[in-house]
Design a protein around this ligand. Structure first.
Ligand SMILES: C[S@@+](CC[C@H](N)C(=O)[O-])C[C@H]1O[C@@H](n2cnc3c(N)ncnc32)[C@H](O)[C@@H]1O
Length: 201
């Protein structure tokens, strides 16, 4: 168990993210959500709902998060925007196969204890021909920066189960999905990647 979990940091999460959101994350969130093609969408690890303002009104949006306290920090107008909320771990998504057109996550895979299982579950709940979208941070292209991130993980992994250099694409490799788009920025740290689900599992 990490010493710090999302229930603990929930009350300060939005404030702690404020500068990063203003400087660049908001722009990337907008970019990611503009790629959503489906109508029925699941956001895994929705947290305090930072992506919610970017969804067009026709989207039927469901949110899932394992931290009740993170969900509790979501403003009322965001909660009202949701068609449904699941308080659950994403390694067991409580819906039937192929229920969603799109499943996505932003800055979630860096923390997961069972990333392979979560990737598999995201594929399971999306219909064939549907899409998976991820905006995650990953290992930088620059060697020095990569070494610093690796060093930082020596502290952040035991403290809060935070893997700065984790690569979400690794967990999709053996699943029936096809990559359709990829972008990186900020020395390769930010990764936006889109897959199509080829067949159900
Ligand atoms: C860094 S926050 C990101 C929140 C939001 N996606 C965003 O972009 O601001 C990670 C979120 O993932 C959630 N989370 C971590 N492990 C999870 C799991 N196994 N199942 C569901 N949610 C999880 C946390 O509670 C937290 O809300």
């Amino acid at each position: 168990m990490p010493l710090i979990d999302f229930d603990l940091i929930a009350p300060v999460y939005n404030k702690a993210m404020y500068v990063a959101e203003k400087c660049c994350l908001r722009e990337w969130r907008r970019k990611l959500i503009s790629r959503v093609k489906g109508k029925r969408v699941l956001e895994v690890g929705i947290g305090t709902g930072a992506n919610i303002p970017f969804y067009p009104p026709h989207i039927e949006l469901y949110g899932l998060d394992s931290s009740r306290k993170m969900l509790g920090q979501m403003p009322d107008e965001y909660v009202q925007r949701l068609a449904g909320v699941f308080i659950s771990s994403a390694d067991k998504i409580p819906v039937e196969n192929s229920f969603f057109d799109t499943a996505l996550s932003t800055f979630v895979f860096c923390n997961l204890e069972a990333p392979e299982e979560v990737a598999k579950e995201m594929v399971r709940v999306v219909r064939p021909g549907g899409q998976l979208l991820f905006l995650e941070h990953t290992s930088p292209c620059n060697t020095m920066l990569k070494a610093s991130f690796k060093a930082l993980e020596k502290v952040t992994v035991p403290l809060m189960h935070e893997y700065f250099t984790r690569d979400v694409r690794k967990f999709l490799e053996k699943l029936p999905v096809k990559k359709v788009h990829e972008e990186r920025s900020n020395s390769g740290i930010l990764l936006l990647v889109e897959y199509e689900v080829v067949k159900s599992i």
